[in-house]
Design a protein around this ligand. Structure first.
Ligand code: ADP
Ligand code: MG
Length: 357
């Protein structure tokens, strides 16, 4: 059902996205590293899960944001290895891994339990599983920019392990998704000379909001699935308000279906958006209280650098040019704002509305 608010897990559950899905599957098959990028709620996790489900070999899904939330300000090696061994042991029971003992693994003649293994050891095991099964095993990290909180060196140790795997474990592939696209690129450093992953080739799949026509079609198909005949005007209005971001369209469709009233559905959708966005803003404010001020400035139409500076200074005192430039650049990297024709704007119109309230 299109209006199911959870991430989709199969191609049949998804609207459109055939091209993206094929590109991701091609990436998984042919490239050691695949990136799936796009703003929040655009459908990355859904695409990743659908692709992992169709992938001919074994795919292992890890949510880096959840790993981060489970720790206290960082991601430890043991959180990742625990999670991976849990998944592997689970798969083993289902017979996917016939002939491979995961409860105890023999590495270089030494029997060790997965719990005691380091990240590199577990990559070795996964690589061997790939070799045995005849297909690369895909290790997928959702919201992978959070991996920069791995260990104590900004995730460099994890990158080094991944670089090693890239160079010497041909039966292992990686997928990384990221809503904070700039942060993800910075973290992986595929184009950064000082990164362990520098120069590795990768496939990048960008997931974009649906254009107008497809957004309307998305709602029409969703409504017809639940047996509702919804006036074209209601659909047009919803897309005017919510744009083409599937997460918001699903929310609207679901609420309309439950309440049978376009006004109430839009209201409930905005209320939900408000609470989700507030939470994300809180996370931002923990990094710097000025992020929220800057976003608010941009949302009320202060698109130029000087206007934003005046607003921020009026609210919270002097700020240096370098600091403001830096914060603006970070907001761009985190996928909140975009620079266009010399001015800034909020990328997601729903976020813009919530900020303006
Ligand atoms: P992201 O990981 O980019 O934040 P999700 O995959 O979690 O986005 O999707 C956000 C919401 O939108 C979920 O409710 C999901 O079910 C829905 N969704 C995303 N893409 C599609 C699609 N192509 N068809 C139907 N629903 C979708
Ligand atoms: Mg996601």
């Amino acid at each position: 059902m299109l209006f199911d608010p959870r991430p989709k897990e199969r191609r049949e559950e998804m609207f459109d996205r055939e091209e993206e899905l094929e590109a991701i599957l091609r990436g998984m098959g042919e490239y050691p590293i695949t990136l799936i990028i796009g703003i929040r709620r655009v459908g990355k996790s859904s695409l990743l899960k659908a692709a992992l489900n169709e992938y001919q070999g074994i795919g292992l899904y890890l949510d880096a944001r959840r790993l981060y939330a489970a720790g206290s300000g960082n991601i430890s090696a043991s959180v990742i290895t625990d999670e991976l061994s849990r998944i592997l042991i689970g798969r083993g029971r289902f017979g996917f891994l016939r002939g491979i003992s995961i409860e105890k693994v023999n590495i270089g003649g030494i029997q060790i339990k997965p719990r005691d293994m380091g990240f590199m050891d577990i990559l070795e095991v996964i690589n061997r599983i790939g070799e045995k099964t005849g297909h690369k095993v895909i290790l997928a990290f959702d919201e992978a920019q959070y991996l920069r909180f791995y260990g104590s060196r900004g995730g460099k140790d994890l990158l080094a392990a991944i670089a090693h795997a890239y160079d010497s474990m041909p039966n292992l592939g990686f997928v990384f998704t990221g809503s904070e696209v700039g942060l993800l690129h910075d973290f992986l450093g595929l184009d950064d000379y000082s990164s362990p992953l520098y120069g590795r080739i990768y496939e990048e799949v960008e997931v974009r909001p649906f254009p107008r026509e497809l957004s309307e079609e998305f709602l029409r198909v969703g409504f017809s699935e639940v047996g509702l005949n919804v006036p074209q005007d209601d659909i047009k209005r919803a897309v005017d308000e919510l744009d083409g971001i599937p997460g918001w369209l699903v929310e609207f469709g679901f609420n309309y279906w439950k309440k049978g009233d376009p006004e109430k559905a839009l209201e409930t959708t905005m209320a939900k958006a408000r609470s989700m966005i507030r939470e994300e803003l809180l996370e931002l404010e923990r990094r710097s209280p000025r992020y929220a001020l800057i976003l608010r400035a941009v949302s009320i139409g202060l698109s130029r650098w000087s206007g934003i500076r005046d607003y921020v200074e009026a609210k919270s005192g002097p700020i240096t040019n370098a600091r403001l430039t830096n914060l603006l650049r970070n907001l761009e990297k985190m996928g909140w704002i975009k620079k266009e024709n010399g001015g800034y704007r909020i990328i997601d119109p729903v976020v813009e509305k919530v900020l303006r309230e």
